[in-house]
Write a protein that binds this ligand. Sequence first.
Ligand code: ZN
Length: 442
Amino acid sequence: MQRVLVLDKSKNPLMPCHPARAHQLLKQGKAAVFRQYPFTIILKERDGGDVQPVTIKVDPGSKTTGIPMVADFRAGKRVIWAGKLTHRGQQIRDRLLSHRQIRRGRRVRKTRYRLARFLNRRRVGSKLAPSLQSRVENTLTWVGRLSRWSPINSISMELVRFDMQLMENAEISGVEYQQGELAGYEVREYLLEKWGRECAYCHAADRPLEIEHITPKSRGGSNRVSNLTVACHDCNQRKGSQTATEFGHANIQQQAKQPLKDAAAVNATRWALWRRMDTLGLPLEVGTGGRTKFNRVKQDYPKAHWIDAACVGESGEQIYTSLNHAPLQMKTTGHQSRQMCRVDKYGFPRTSAKQGRVHFGFQTGDIVRAMVTKGVKRGMYVGRVSVRASGFFNITTPTGTIQGISYRYFTPIHKSDGYLYEKGEALSPATTRVAVPPRQVQ
Ligand SMILES: [Zn+2]
């Protein structure tokens, strides 16, 4: 169950409470709604109170980042709130590309007489690409926001995919293992990344992959990572005691010698995020991807971004969570469009220039409720508003867009803050009340 975030009357965070308790406080008039997403209440009377340590855990991904909060109760560590942050890296890349093309077109059409600009860019130090930078900033925004509204006293994040040190002395016991030691997980993650998560021989991706010796052990092959690849069961069996070259895949024997070059690129964003997190002044724990998976599999949890994040690092060894948590989905939308007016297919202006972003107190992106009392559009709608200077707005609800509703019918629910919110799907139906019991980690 997602807990409700609670602030005291001076806006200091208190321990998040059960939704039923929040409902009671609101009904008794002891609290008011402070924020809709994530749902936060503010107490009217109380100032200060006891809090338990809460850790914010982060599993930075390229498309989505899982952000759960884990409280350290006397009975054990428990997930009290979970969020799933969706990035817009691809969109940023596309927008910058179109921005650049428009600018080039304009220069060619209108300023051909000017001398070409040349060596006019200044860059200090190394810099991430804008699409990568936005992932770092989005994650930091949410770490910052959540630590304002809940009593967070430490951060834990996944820093790298695999621990090269741990892999050096890895002991591979049995080719078919799935549940080996921690070092085994590091090796497995590394190999999956290196061989593109598919069978190296037949390129099948939709079946379980086994770790396979390129030069078999029976022929003097070693357990070193450079002698390993991943293969499906069938290929592994058919290859038997042949080397990859004898099996008709000389290219694999070649590729095996090369280390994984783009591991650095994969991890670049995470290191940048780590450097920024380190300046927040909270204790920061880091873990590897291999360890995350190890912890999750040992505790028998299904795969989800927020569960992976909860299992990050040493503190993720033993975590309680119920599977009917419906994580809050936070989709990055950005704040406004740079384009001044819409254009037709030839690039000529189709509308007049924008006249400011706020109209009648509303802004595009606000989440609103519209109670339309008359006409053909009569009804109640909740969704995201697109404002028009005319005062007739569009509202986008999960079922579709309704156009041209007067601003008079709207009530704001949540001011635009660069994200679109949705209640996520729970992994098991809400009727299941039984939390997964903690399992002993061997
Ligand atoms: Zn295969």
